[in-house]
Every structure is written in structure tokens, then in C-alpha cells.
Design a protein around this ligand. Structure first.
Ligand code: AMP
Ligand code: TRP
Length: 348
């Protein structure tokens, strides 16, 4: 198979409470890449189950959460006919390549992953082995499709560096076989992360030093994609701020995490730069800025939540989108795995 030159892959975990950080850091970018790239977007349920039931909801909640992420993709404007939208566990090759990558990646590399440390918490002995080796599965997701670009939020940067390390070590360890089988000198590409724009790290509305997250116990800390216009306006009204007016330039956002976050949100929602937000609102009080931010948020998000609700009212339709996507994903993933099996020396 020839190496594609502009293939995008990304994924979101079906763990409930999809929020504005997921939308601005990831999904909105997925939508924007559709005209320039061949895109593959995945609902990564194999990743979700690396954590305790209390985080991913357990088997009763998982189907609903999987459909929720799928609906968010489609409602945000991802075209599942032109591109591929699918559910990770329906394509067995992800787990198969992840195993091989578990044998390529080194313990020392995994030990440096900060997200594992955060998610495992104090009692690391009780974390699942899957949570520890999760970055090998993420590398498998991307490299099964030999994706060249991966749009994600800032928190995934380290995992993408590891993906490149795994690709490089595989290419190097199996170099002779790769060239003998006619794949040149690099089988897996050095995937580029796409982490840019004003909202690569959306912070909690209650604490500008903490990431907005699905698992924050306070619902006021995040704007959920399913929130009503009233909820959105209320959460922005109650968002933590400092007593100063907004600064005139980006310099003035330093050491003002809440102000920086809200300005970044406005810019990402309105599709403009932080400077242009400050050109309009510099010197004004939050009492004036917050209602304007609520208006752009409501304008952007309520059509999406409306379409999500319609899709979720018809789960069979959502499931059929995923089945169709899985079939198309499998044809690419199957081809990669046939080649990888040959490269590694497994009998066919
Ligand atoms: P997850 O919910 O962990 O599966 O994340 C899905 C995508 O959303 C990933 O690309 C994350 O980097 C991105 N993401 C999650 N939380 C945030 C946040 N607070 N700000 C920006 N991006 C985020
Ligand atoms: N680890 C990512 C997250 O928690 C989700 C993910 C899994 C992913 N596989 C991926 C993102 C492949 C990009 C590409 O957000």
C-alpha cells in the first residue's frame, strides 16, 4: 500500500460529559480538516475501558456514550459519507497492532507519560495495565491508517511524541525486512500533531489553572455539548474571574488564567484571534464581556446540541453510521496488518 500524504486520524473517548474543551480542542478542528484531508475519526472505546467503571460508566452506559460521541461528530458537521467515522472496538486490528507496539515500546518511555501519572492518581498499584500501556494503543490507532496528521488538544502532545518514537523504532528494528518486502526505508510515517489555535487547552470555568474535564465533579466547571442556552449563559455568568477589566493586549493576560481562558474561548468560538477580541473588549469589565461570550457560545453550540438530540432519538441510524464506517476502516486496517504480519515474520 502506498503511503497517503494527507490522512488525518483522531479519536475521542466515550466517557460521557462531552464538553467545550473537546469541541474546541478537537472536534471543531476535525470538521475544518475535511476539505483538505482524507479524515478518519474514531470513537475510542478500547481507551475508555482502561479506567474504572466509575469513569467510563460501565457496560450499561457505554453504548449511549459511544452514540453520544458519534452524534457530536455528525452534529458538528463531520461528513461520515465522504470520510470515515467508526467505533474502535469494531475493528479488531487496533488491539492486534497495539500488542505488537507493546513489544516495541520500552518501559522507560511509558514511565515518563504524565497523563498516566495524573489518571492513576496516588495508588498506582491499582491502575490497570491497560492504562499504563494506553499510548501504545493510541499509536496503533494512528499508524494502522498510516495517518500523517493528528488534530488533538494540548494534553495529547506527549502521546504523539511517543507515537513517533514507536514508529521510528519499528522502522529501525525491522528495517531489513521492510526494505526486502519493497516498502522502502520507512514503513510507518512520522505523524505530525496539529495542536494550534486559541483553545488547545480549555480551562475549568471555576479554576483557570485546571483543565476543563469530563470528570470534574462540578458541572459548573464545564460547558457540556448538551447544555441548554440557559445553562450555557448561567455557567458563563458564574465563571470565576478577577476584578480587573480586560487588558488591551495579549501581554496583559499573563498571570490572569481566568481572563486568558475566557478570551481564548471567545476567539475560538467566534473564529478570530485573541488580539482581535482584546481590540473589541480591552478596557471593558467582565460584566460586559460575559454576556457577549455567552451569546457566541449559545449561537455556536445550540444548533449542535439540537442536531445531537435528533440523532440520539434514532440510535439505529447512529449504529448504522458506525457499522458502515467500521467496514471501510477495516479494509485499510486489514491491509496494514497483513503487511505488518509479514514484516514481523508471522506466518500467514
Ligand atoms: P478525551 O475526552 O480525553 O477523549 O479527549 C478528546 C479530545 O479532546 C482530545 O484531542 C483532547 O486533547 C481534547 N481535549 C480534552 N479536554 C480538553 C481541554 N480541556 N481543552 C482542549 N482540548 C481538550
Ligand atoms: N488519547 C486520546 C484522549 O484521551 C484519545 C485518542 C485515542 C486519540 N486514540 C487516539 C487521539 C488517536 C488522537 C489519535 O483524548
Amino acid at each position: 500500500m502506498s503511503q497517503p500524504s494527507n490522512r488525518v486520524f483522531s479519536g475521542v473517548q466515550p466517557t460521557g460529559n462531552l464538553h467545550l474543551g473537546n469541541y474546541l480542542g478537537a472536534i471543531q478542528k476535525f470538521v475544518a480538516l475535511q476539505d483538505s484531508h482524507e479524515c478518519i475519526y474514531c470513537v475510542v472505546d478500547l481507551h475508555a475501558i482502561t479506567q474504572p467503571f466509575s469513569v467510563w460508566g460501565g457496560p450499561e452506559k457505554l453504548p449511549g456514550y459511544t452514540r453520544e460521541v458519534t452524534a457530536a461528530y455528525i452534529a458538528s458537521g463531520i461528513d461520515a459519507e465522504r470520510h470515515i467515522v467508526f467505533n474502535q472496538s469494531q475493528v479488531a486490528e487496533h488491539a492486534e497492532l497495539a500488542w505488537i507496539f507493546n513489544c516495541v515500546a520500552r518501559m522507560g518511555w511509558m514511565n515518563r507519560m504524565t497523563q498516566f501519572k495524573e489518571k492513576a492518581g496516588k495508588d498506582r498499584e491499582k491502575a490497570s495495565v491497560g492504562l499504563f500501556s494506553y499510548p501504545a494503543l493510541m499509536a496503533a490507532d494512528i499508524l494502522l491508517y498510516r495517518a500523517t496528521h493528528v488534530p488533538v488538544g494540548d494534553d495529547q502532545k506527549q502521546h504523539l511524541e511517543l507515537t513517533r518514537d514507536i514508529a521510528a523504532k519499528f522502522n529501525n528494528d525491522f528495517a531489513d525486512q521492510i526494505s526486502k518486502l519493497g516498502h522502502g526505508d520507512e514503513y510507518f510515517p512520522m505523524t505530525e500533531p496539529l495542536i494550534e489555535g486559541p483553545a488547545t487547552r480549555v480551562m475549568s470555568l471555576r479554576d483557570g489553572t485546571k483543565k476543563m474535564s469530563k470528570s470534574d465533579p462540578s458541572d459548573l466547571s464545564r460547558i457540556n455539548l448538551t447544555d441548554s442556552a440557559d445553562d450555557i449563559a448561567k455557567k458563563i455568568r458564574k465563571a470565576k474571574t478577577d476584578p480587573e477589566p480586560l487588558p488591551e493586549s495579549e501581554e496583559g493576560l499573563k498571570d490572569r488564567p481566568e481572563a486568558e481562558n475566557l478570551v481564548g474561548l471567545y476567539a475560538a468560538l467566534a473564529g478570530c484571534s485573541r488580539e482581535s477580541v482584546l481590540a473589541d473588549f480591552g478596557g471593558k469589565q467582565f460584566a460586559e464581556f460575559k454576556p457577549a461570550l455567552a451569546d457566541v457560545a449559545v449561537e455556536k453550540l445550540t444548533p449542535i446540541s439540537g442536531r445531537m438530540r435528533e440523532l440520539l432519538d434514532n440510535p439505529d441510524h447512529v449504529d448504522s453510521i458506525l457499522q458502515d464506517g467500521a467496514q471501510r476502516a477495516r479494509s485499510i486496517a486489514g491491509q496494514t496488518m497483513r503487511e505488518v504480519r509479514d514484516i514481523v515474520g508471522f506466518l500467514s
